[in-house]
Write a protein that binds this ligand. Structure first.
Ligand code: ADP
Ligand code: MG
Length: 380
């Protein structure tokens, strides 16, 4: 059964009817541009063919009732009296979206439905943004407001940052809202302007899940953000986006070595991301692959957010003849890497890298090719 069929079946048993709407919003994988979003920089993700789905119908009152198939749980809340979270539960992402919508001047209406998804949770593919944008789309289905992808991304981010207190950049919500089928998206995280970029011909994007998860991501993330802000303050600029590599090279020694390395990652990564867009527009898979490899080295050595498992799987991928380039993706410390592989060899590539990684680490990885899908949408 597909997720859609599972949702429809459960909706039928629960509500004795067909859902009025099915909303979906995808997870994402970032090809390049890591830890640049909160520095007002550039990212180049694609929305993947895995998503959060909500089958729903409107309610006459102001309540929202949701059954989560993945969590085997049911929750209800009233839009007129949103309960503040003390710990972050899955329903709090939806409550947070309702809160951010109201604060943004929208009037979200009540609904009831069933939620399920196939974005692996906590692996760096942003199941949380998928859930936020699916929730925003569900409210859009039953309420009277227009869908603006950028505004909805900001709503999702506000839910996560301000309602739940989890710090993230805008990348995840932006790509989940505005993804384009068959394309990656260069996103300027300052202006939120998006430019679709085609994947090189005859290539396949392969997700390499190390099967490791790290707990302390949040504190390391906040520390990296603070270090980037310190560097920007030193240069008297709003964000590290505002200094180019040449100027930085002249002044780098003004910074203490650790802050210098953090800044060098962000500044060089912004440049690599713009070069990656050029490579994609020129259909140059080799160049894109080289930039991805350089990105990983910078994340590993200068930004120090990789892990032994991520390094191992990236090394296995980069040693394979079917690979143009591979790197860790997402915040780091565990979770997934991404590879650009030769399309005709992608299945063999995944098999070989999986075996090599397992032999090297003892972990059983999960590897699969993905396709660029469209952003949040409604079916039916
Ligand atoms: P990720 O890296 O996947 O975004 P997060 O820790 O940021 O990981 O978000 C994961 C959380 O989002 C889960 O713990 C859960 O609360 C919520 N979530 C994501 N997907 C689903 C889903 N399909 N059903 C219910 N809750 C989900
Ligand atoms: Mg998340």
């Amino acid at each position: 059964m597909t997720i859609k069929e599972k949702l429809q079946a459960r909706f039928q048993t629960e509500f004795g009817a067909e859902p009025a709407f099915i909303a979906r919003a995808p997870g994402r994988v970032n090809l390049i541009g890591e830890h640049t979003d909160y520095n007002d920089g550039f990212v180049l993700p694609l929305a993947i063919d895995r998503a959060a789905w909500i089958a729903l119908r409107p309610r006459v009152d102001s309540r929202v009732r949701v059954i989560s198939l993945d969590m085997a749980d049911e929750q209800v809340f009233d839009l007129a009296d949103l309960p503040r979270p003390d710990a972050v539960r899955w329903i709090d992402y939806i409550i947070g979206v309702a809160w951010a919508l109201r604060r943004g001047g929208y009037a979200p209406a009540g609904w009831e439905g069933v939620l399920a998804g196939d974005v692996p949770i906590g692996s760096g593919l942003s199941s949380s943004a998928a859930l936020e944008l699916a929730a925003a789309r569900a409210f859009y289905c039953v309420s009277d407001f227009d869908w603006d992808a950028t505004r909805m991304a900001q709503i999702g981010r506000a839910a996560e940052n301000e309602w739940l207190g989890i710090q993230t950049g805008i990348m995840d919500q932006m790509i989940s809202a505005a993804g384009v089928a068959g394309r990656a998206l260069l996103i300027d995280c300052r202006s939120l302007e998006c430019s679709p970029a085609p994947l090189p011909a005859e290539t396949s994007v392969v997700i390499l899940d190390t099967a490791t998860r790290r707990g302390l991501v949040g504190s390391a993330y906040n520390e990296r953000r603070a270090q980037c802000e310190a560097a920007a303050r030193h240069f008297g600029i709003a964000a590290l986006r505002d200094i180019d590599l040449a100027t930085f090279a002249e002044r780098a020694t003004e910074l203490e070595p650790l802050i210098r390395r953090r800044a060098r990652h962000v500044i060089s990564e912004n440049e690599r991301t713009l070069q990656a867009q050029d490579a994609m527009l020129a259909d140059d898979a080799e160049a894109l692959g080289r930039l991805m490899i350089a990105s990983h080295t910078s994340l590993r050595d200068d930004f120090e957010v990789s892990s032994p498992a991520l390094d191992a799987i990236v090394d296995c991928a980069n040693a394979d003849p079917g690979c143009y380039g591979a790197r860790m993706t997402g915040a780091g410390f565990g979770g997934c890497a991404v590879a650009l592989a030769r399309a005709e060899a992608a299945a063999d590539f995944a098999r070989r890298v999986g075996a090599a990684y397992e032999a090297a680490t003892g972990n059983k990885p999960v590897l699969y090719a993905t396709h660029a899908s469209a952003g949040a949408s409604t079916i039916g």
